[in-house]
Design a protein around this ligand. Sequence first.
Ligand code: FAD
Length: 419
Amino acid sequence: MLEVVRPGDRLYRAVRDVYTATGRPAAVARPASTPEVVEALRFARDAGGPLSVRSGGHGISSVATNVEGTVIDLGLLNSVERIGDDLVRIGPGARWGDVAAALHPWGLAISSGDSGDVGVGGLATTGGVGLMGRAHGLTIDHLVAAEVVTADGTVRRVDAEQDPDLFWAIRGAGANVGIVTSFDFRADRVPVVGRATLQYRVDDVARFLRAWGETVEAAPREISAFLYLMGGEFALATIVYAGDDPQGAGRAFGPFTAVAPVLGQQAQLVPYAGVVTATHAPHRGQQGATTHTGLAVHLDEPITARLADLAGSGAVEMLQIRSTGGAINDVARDATAYAHRHQNFSVTAVSSMPFDEAWERVWPMMDGLYLSFETSFSTELLEAAFPPATLSRLRDIKRRVDPDDVFNQNFPVATPVSR
Ligand SMILES: Cc1cc2nc3c(=O)[nH]c(=O)nc-3n(C[C@H](O)[C@H](O)[C@H](O)COP(=O)(O)OP(=O)(O)OC[C@H]3O[C@@H](n4cnc5c(N)ncnc54)[C@H](O)[C@@H]3O)c2cc1C
């Protein structure tokens, strides 16, 4: 029987909030099977009001909870099964850290993001910029089939042959077209990876970012590198070498020690599961923040100067720079609803206070947007996330599979509105 948690129920406090926001939904449905997802969707549509779909509850835009509406919480659909040599079937409610731990004994791994607590459902329906991305592509590039419940309650199995339009749409804009209840991924054979962590002293942000960008782009594809710049004076880097050759890893890490004065460093071979671990900390809206984001082809002038101004302005607490490129850019831009296949970096600014004005000087330098790192929404941002041909195909699919715009919470394509 479908479990529905309401205000006053013992479990309500545990399921009302997400990582980035508190919520006050009228009901949280917790389906334990696909038929129960269908039932939960019917329940939500009958109830009216806002509908949120939640997998791991780590969405930065906080739309996986609401006020006075219904949440469909897929946390119980968290199984990880091996269904073939390198094929795995994963439920949307699994966390990426748990996925990495389950895949490791099979010698397999799937590149996800940098947080093991992020849910499979949210990340695998938008992109998945991960620490093996340059070597193995986005998370969505590993998807070979999925099960989707569409707005009318139909359960559809989608892949490249069967319902190819819907299969295309869930790889980048999944939240617009249905609820993905199961993902089949082709995993990579990755017994262990090299992981280096470096702490830098930063004297000149613009010069540092230029050097970082050049070093990342010159690195072999085995390298993916994420940088976290705090307050303009100090930076942390996590660099992953997707391979088990210690000499190769050492050679590939070497140039990163010349980017700026290194205050501390560590490198070791670890299972990928050691790079992304899940803490399962309860959600209480503890990480509420404003984030703005964009993609960049290179970290060169004038982007680096504008980012240096932003870092020095005090308006943001952190800049995060994730490598994309490599295998991510081997995929044709029209192959998935995530169409950004020529940029080398994802740039995200984070602050506990709004900083729209400060970001306005950086934004025109950006080339496209990965929606998972953005807390605002506008027609301009929608069009940056989905270039014209992508948006037009998406709207066409949306008209067919969700004519009533039931799934309208996360970068909705049907009716552009500002918020
Ligand atoms: C600390 C942190 C670090 C992160 N690092 C990275 C990173 O390195 N790389 C990266 O790519 N992303 C990263 N992200 C962004 C993350 O991928 C997205 O926020 C993602 O949406 C979270 O997935 P979730 O299932 O936990 O989210 P939820 O909050 O549960 O869902 C987010 C939204 O996704 C949609 N959704 C969820 N499940 C489904 C489903 N089954 N079917 C259809 N739509 C669904 C819904 O619209 C929902 O509102 C990070 C986020 C955080 C908080």
